[in-house]
Design a protein around this ligand. Structure first.
Ligand code: ADP
Ligand code: ZN
Length: 727
């Protein structure tokens, strides 16, 4: 079978069946390759538009496309979605009885089906294989193909059997798809599936619409409530480390009036399915879950993912945050970071008896912590972790790029903390020290007679969470460390001496605890009242049909309707995501709602103008960084700049670091002696660029973190100019 196809036909099908006007990156090339009957490997992040890569060609084949997917629970929704677009699709799995399966097999034999979804375990039933061999199978699409690899995070033994596909159907092309970003797993997939001479299509793993934020975990529940306030109708996932936290957090949220449900492996299978289902159908907005939740959740309108506890690895974090914003609309990824969490996790890791496992877990945790503490753009680090370069000076989507921090002279606050730790004999943890500073009347303090020590009640000028942030920073700066087997206590480090004797100043970050809410961008300019009405209409229709609301229309379509107020079928068809079938089926009801609404409010419809992809505009630097640059260009020394701006030296250094990373021409020669620079470079080459502390350890006290950071920035920027990356 040879298909020669003109691109216009592909575009016609794209509009007719899916209601889209253009392809996402790579989709068109991938489809052409499949039509040329070659094996392809599709690497795209979640939301990249993988499904269309096999769904559209399936329409062009004269036979059937078999989609292998691990999640039986999802198949019905996927098939409903296709049927809603007028594409003949079906699934066969264990949820059906014998008669239903038989009926579906008959329509397959009669060539009435274009796409068939099955689970891998079905494929190896000899009788079923034989049945498939009797059909005109034109393509195998293996979704979530990373499940075949033991190196991945979702290994499923039943996927191993998929080796069989190539053996039994040597003439049928295979399309393997995954959102896994790690190269080892990618290689493994190609080998395991025996993909021969396949073309690999790799999209960027940058998720432009996700806003990454990391917040100090001081009073996370309170911080979270402040964020959730005002977004009660948005869907979100909250990830926790333990089942216990999942239970208590979802109960608290319910008590606070949120529709939230728990999900973890300790619940019965029925309870899990039910809770997941209710989340997907927009009956509840929030799911509080352990990492057991999420694989294959293709709910497109998850508006935020919150990590209430520290994730175990960067890879896990990327996958979990990736579940936000699949529909391409702006979404938030918020992580609460605390050293206490890290400490606790380290404790558990150290219980592992297998050396290799323990070391690997430790390394992953350190990388994760390093990501959280870093002053480098989150997006850049995340992508670098997966071997992808990101060169934009400002990503416009992370807290480092959008919320630069400033430092102040925190010597007095530091002295209070350090002296308190000293007077307590270095035998107590963070909370206890803070209780003393705030003059708490807690029983234990009174019993220990610690209400008599000098620093008792000496810290009322700051809140509990501010003290926590200061202590955390003192740990990070090496003045304090946490120590102890079960219960971490604060210990003084040698460096403290000078601070306690007032011969050295300490600069600390100005406290902040609020989660920033994404600014509404022009694409978000729509009528919220109409959107709400359309959303209610959609939910009613969805419940009537027993499908998730997104099967009817995605949020993107409803938002466009609420921005353009289409008044007739012709205008409506121009809205993204409305193909012929949906226009026919739902067009009139939605039009009526819009027209009614316009009648009640003095509104004129606007011509439907399709948004063009934005061209990358260089973001202006933040004003404070810009000011530092200007003074630097006037040849002031960094000490002079700090003095003039009344900012800490380290703040100025962090501005310079940013400027260097963003490609500004800044020399560090006047700041760090050449010989020192060379030593720092050497140390980075030996221990890798990711972490500062090993380099600092290697070099000792003659080198400051500031110097090390600046040299690293310089190394990273020169490497990039040469076209290779250290990270
Ligand atoms: P993935 O499986 O890679 O996570 P999906 O196939 O679920 O991605 O697609 C993500 C979202 O993008 C879906 O809402 C889908 O309808 C939408 N989409 C896919 N291709 C296009 C396109 N060419 N134009 C507009 N939207 C698209
Ligand atoms: Zn950034």
């Amino acid at each position: 079978m040879k298909i020669s196809i003109i691109p216009e036909l592909m575009h016609t099908l794209l509009q007719k069946y899916f209601g889209y006007t253009s392809f996402y990156p790579l989709q068109e090339d991938i489809i052409k390759e499949v039509l040329g009957q070659r094996d392809v490997f599709v690497l795209m992040p979640t939301g990249g538009g993988k499904s269309l890569c096999y769904q559209l060609p399936a329409l062009l084949f004269d036979g059937v496309t078999i989609v292998i997917s691990p999640l039986i629970a999802l198949m019905k929704d996927q098939v409903d979605g296709l049927l809603a677009n007028g594409i003949p699709a079906t699934f066969i799995n264990s949820s059906l009885n014998y008669d239903e399966i038989d009926a579906r097999r008959r329509s397959l034999s009669n060539s009435e089906v274009k796409i068939l979804y099955i689970a891998p375990e079905r494929l190896v039933i000899p009788e079923f294989l034989q049945f498939l061999q009797g059909l005109k199978v034109r393509l195998f699409a293996i979704d979530e193909s990373h499940c075949i690899s033991e190196w991945g995070h979702d290994f499923r033994p039943e996927y191993r059997q998929l080796k069989l596909v190539k053996e039994r159907f040597p003439a049928v092309p295979i399309m393997a798809l995954t959102a896994t970003a790690t190269p080892v797993v990618q290689e493994d997939i190609v080998t395991q599936l025996k993909l021969s001479d396949c073309r690999i299509f790799k999209a960027s793993f940058n998720r432009k619409n996700l806003y990454y934020q990391i917040k100090p975990k001081d009073n996370p529940y309170h911080q979270m409530l402040r964020y959730l306030e005002g977004r009660r109708r948005d869907s979100g996932i909250i990830y926790c480390q333990s089942r216990k936290t999942v239970e208590s957090l979802s109960a608290s949220l319910q008590a606070d009036g949120y529709r939230a449900l728990p999900y973890h492996a300790g619940l019965t299978a029925e309870a899990r399915t039910e809770n997941q289902e209710r989340f997907i159908r927009d009956d509840v907005e929030i799911i509080v879950a352990t990492i057991a939740f999420g694989m294959g959740i293709n709910k497109p309108n998850v508006r935020y993912v919150i990590h209430y506890d520290l994730p175990k690895s960067i890879e896990g974090y990327y996958q979990e945050t990736g579940r936000a914003g699949r529909d391409g609309l702006k979404s938030d990824c918020i992580l609460f970071f605390s050293y206490a969490d890290m400490f606790r996790m380290e404790y558990f890791i150290n219980q592992k008896t297998d050396d290799g496992e323990r070391q690997a877990a430790c390394r992953q945790l350190r990388e994760m912590a390093n990501y959280c503490e870093s002053n480098v753009c989150r997006r850049r680090l995340l992508l670098a972790y997966f071997g992808e370069r990101f060169d934009e000076p400002n990503c416009r989507g992370c807290d480092v790029c959008l919320e630069p921090k400033e430092r102040f002279d925190g010597t007095i606050a530091a002295q209070k903390i350090l002296s308190c730790v000293y007077r307590l004999g270095e035998r107590f943890g963070i909370t206890y020290v803070i209780d003393i500073l705030l003059g708490s009347k807690n029983k234990k303090i009174l019993q220990n007679q610690h209400n008599t020590i000098k620093t008792y009640g000496a810290g009322k000028e700051y809140s509990k969470s501010q003290w926590q942030a200061f202590i955390r920073e003192l740990i990070h700066l090496g003045y304090l460390r946490l120590d102890g087997d079960k219960y971490p206590v604060l210990k003084l480090q040698e460096k403290c001496r000078k601070v306690l004797l007032s011969s050295e100043k300490v600069f600390l970050t100005k406290p902040e605890e609020q989660i920033s809410v994404q600014k509404i961008d022009p694409g978000e300019d729509y009528d919220r009242m109409l959107f709400e009405r359309l959303r209610i209409l959609r939910k009613t229709l969805a419940d009537q049909e027993g499908v998730p609301p997104y099967v009817i229309f995605h949020d993107t379509s409803l938002k466009e309707m609420s921005a353009f107020y289409p008044q007739n079928m012709h205008d409506l068809q121009r809205i993204s995501g409305i193909g012929e079938q949906k226009l026919h089926k739902y067009g009139e009801v939605f039009l009526k709602e819009i027209i009614d609404y316009c009648g009640q409010h003095p509104i004129k419809s606007k011509p439907v103008v399709r948004k063009r992809p934005e061209s990358p505009v260089k973001q202006p630097r933040s004003p404070t960084v810009q000011m530092t640059l200007e003074l630097y260009q006037q040849s002031l020394t960094i000490q002079e700049i700090a003095q003039k701006r009344n900012l800490a030296l380290s703040t100025i250094i962090s501005h310079l670091e940013k400027l260097i990373l963003n490609g500004a021409d800044i020399s560090v020669d006047g700041i760090i002696a050449t010989e020192k620079q060379m030593h720092i470079q050497q140390a980075f080459k030996e221990s890798g660029m990711e972490m500062l502390s090993p380099v600092k350890e290697k070099l000792g006290n003659d080198y400051t973190y500031d110097e090390i950071r600046l040299v690293r920035a310089k190394m990273m920027s020169t490497c990039e100019k040469k076209g290779f990356s250290y990270l």
